[in-house]
Write a protein that binds this ligand. Structure first.
Ligand SMILES: NC(=O)C1=CN([C@@H]2O[C@H](COP(=O)(O)OP(=O)(O)OC[C@H]3O[C@@H](n4cnc5c(N)ncnc54)[C@H](OP(=O)(O)O)[C@@H]3O)[C@@H](O)[C@H]2O)C=CC1
Ligand SMILES: Nc1nc(=O)c2c([nH]1)NC[C@@H]1CN(c3ccc(C(=O)N[C@@H](CCC(=O)O)C(=O)O)cc3)C=[N+]21
Length: 300
């Protein structure tokens, strides 16, 4: 391997420490405790893991964590009523509704019912619009974490060729917006992109957010490029024993690490940064809600 490993886990631990220190100051100086409400509808096992991780890390940072687990057949109206209650609750500064939601629930309706000031995921149309027009917004956690790692590695990103593979509302599109705001030349690729290999080979910065295990091989990568692998894919790992599985990204790590200049691993890359940014966004929301200075270096 020749690429530098971008240690998302260590970076996330640094952010976690900054958030923890700021939360302690909020408590001491203003008697405030930031609160994050996480809403999980259904039994999706992967989501349950994220919710658990978020929960204990929130508490460890000194914040309040409120969890709302509802059965998969919860009516949409009941979920909307819960959101209304959380919007009105002054102890709740951040609201995250775990996606995907069961099919009978209109996810857009639910997300847009969240008070934009409490929308720590940055998925509300109002935050999406603010980001797209270069105004102060709540920035989605996963792209924010990716941007922080890129800025830390490179400093100024202006003029770089950035290719984002995947155009979802939660990762690809906001990632492209952030890179554009930092003056990269941005290409947003997707399943209809022609000759994806050639498009990827142009990238100084390649962000993969597709959801297809190890889809991007080393020979799609420009020598020396920075590769950010957002994908979280669980695949069978019979070599670890019967019925075992392991996590891989959207990039074929071994071959990519021979070509890239720097690369994030899976696990231990973007995932931990996502949770760290969620805590940072909750702290930012609490500070803004109380007219206090925002934490420095933790917003985009
Ligand atoms: N680390 C983290 O914190 C997070 C990780 N993830 C992971 O990131 C991955 C992507 O998630 P998400 O954005 O929600 O996924 P979506 O399924 O919403 O979007 C996937 C995107 O990939 C594109 N795509 C699919 N197949 C191909 C292909 N063969 N070639 C090119 N593009 C393709 C789709 O294109 P089209 O639009 O044309 O269909 C779509 O835009 C998943 O593995 C997910 O688990 C997600 C969120 C956070
Ligand atoms: N409203 C909403 N917001 C989200 O941000 C959101 C969501 N819904 N639905 C699902 C995706 C996925 N996601 C991850 C968060 C952390 C890890 C993470 O911590 N990963 C670790 C450990 C993974 C493990 O070992 O299981 C790692 O990559 O090292 C992964 C994935 C957030 N998402």
């Amino acid at each position: 391997m020749t690429a530098t490993l971008i240690d998302g886990k260590a970076f996330a631990a640094k952010i976690h420490a900054q958030v923890t220190a700021h939360v302690a100051r909020l408590k001491a100086d203003h008697g405030l405790t930031p609160g994050l409400a996480v809403v999980l509808v259904g039994e999706d096992p992967a989501s349950q893991v994220y919710v658990r991780n978020k929960g204990w890390q929130t508490v460890e940072a000194g914040m309040n964590s409120f969890e709302y687990k509802r059965p998969a057949d919860t009516p949409e109206a009941e979920l909307l009523a819960l959101i209304e209650r959380l919007n009105a609750d002054p102890a709740v500064h951040g609201i995250l509704v775990q996606l995907p939601l069961p099919g009978h629930i209109d996810a857009d309706l639910v997300i847009n019912a969240i008070d934009p000031a409490k929308d720590v995921d940055g998925f509300h149309i109002s935050n999406v619009g603010l980001l797209a027009t270069g105004q102060k917004a709540m920035v989605p956690c996963t792209p924010l974490g990716c941007l922080m790692m890129l800025r830390d590695l490179h400093g100024d990103l202006s003029g770089r060729e950035a290719v984002v593979v995947g155009r979802s509302n939660i990762v690809g599109k906001p990632m492209a917006q952030l890179l554009l705001r930092d003056s990269c030349t941005v290409t947003l690729a997707h399943s209809r992109t022609r000759d994806l290999a050639a498009v990827c080979r142009r990238a100084d910065i390649l962000v993969a957010a597709v959801g297809r295990p190890e889809m991007i091989p080393g020979d799609w990568i420009k020598p020396g490029a920075t590769v950010i692998d957002v994908g979280i894919n669980r695949i069978d790992a019979p070599e670890r024993g019967a019925g075992k599985s392991r996590l891989v990204g959207d990039v074929h790590f071994a071959s990519a690490a021979e070509v890239a200049g720097a690369i994030t691993p899976v696990p231990g890359g973007v995932g931990p940064m996502t949770i760290a940014c969620l805590l940072a966004n909750t702290l930012t929301a609490c500070s803004r809600a109380n007219g206090l200075a925002e934490p420095e270096g933790l917003t985009a």
